[in-house]
Design a protein around this ligand. Structure first.
Ligand SMILES: [Zn+2]
Length: 218
């Protein structure tokens, strides 16, 4: 049984990148993930994902950064979908944000660069670890190479240089939208894991929105 019932709600919200405040619309996706949970043992159902989000970060969700500049819309939600390249049903492990090629990507939460690669379907990829949370950014511009200082992701046009092991602040520019890997249009594929298990990024954005709205009304 799969009640895949996305309900779309448009919000006008302001997420802090530091300065200036960034205005964006976000939608709320509510997916009942009964089937997801049973087929993919590592994926919690939606209620369990909400519980993780409620308990995490000591309620400091308003401090997190929206992950992209020049945001144009969400092109593919977390969950099952028809593959844009093969047409077959597949599980989409993240949330896709459309933005023009070259748009800067912002680090969602302060952490450490734990992985850099450029040879998979994800394209040029950055993975950052923030406590129990792991956030992955795919299809970036630039390439990854081994240097005397270790593994580095270079995007010279965007003046981005990230080193594996480097600390990155919340909201820092960590890359730009490109077309690397398996993609049919410029977008950021953003994946979140907590304790090694996937979390729907839309649920996290919803929580960030809720807390930032509450702060603004004080
Ligand atoms: Zn994606």
């Amino acid at each position: 049984m799969n009640h895949s019932n996305p309900s779309f709600v448009i919000w006008q919200s302001q997420f802090a990148f530091g300065k200036p405040l960034f205005v964006l619309p976000i939608f709320l996706l509510s997916f009942l993930s009964v089937t997801v949970g049973s087929l993919f043992g590592g994926i919690r159902d939606t209620a369990a994902q909400h519980a993780v989000i409620e308990q995490s970060q000591s309620g400091q969700w308003a401090d997190a950064s929206f992950p992209i500049e020049n945001f144009q819309g969400y092109t593919s939600p977390f969950g099952y979908r028809q593959s844009p390249t093969t047409g077959e049903s597949e599980f989409h492990s993240g949330l896709d944000f459309a933005a023009p090629v070259g748009s800067y990507i912002r680090n969602w939460w302060a952490g450490t660069v734990v992985e850099l690669s450029d040879h998979t379907a994800c394209g040029t990829k950055v993975v950052i670890q923030s406590g129990q949370w792991q956030h992955t950014y795919c299809h970036l511009k630039g390439h990854v190479k081994q240097t005397s200082q270790g593994l580095v992701m270079l995007d010279r046009g965007g003046a981005i240089r990230l080193r594996k092991g480097q600390q990155v602040a919340t909201g820092a520019r960590i890359g730009r939208v490109g077309m690397t890997g398996r993609t049919v249009g410029p977008h950021l594929h953003w994946q979140l894991k907590h304790g090694g298990e996937l979390i729907d990024p839309a649920l996290v954005l919803e929580k960030m929105h809720e807390q930032q709205t509450a702060l603004q009304s004080k």
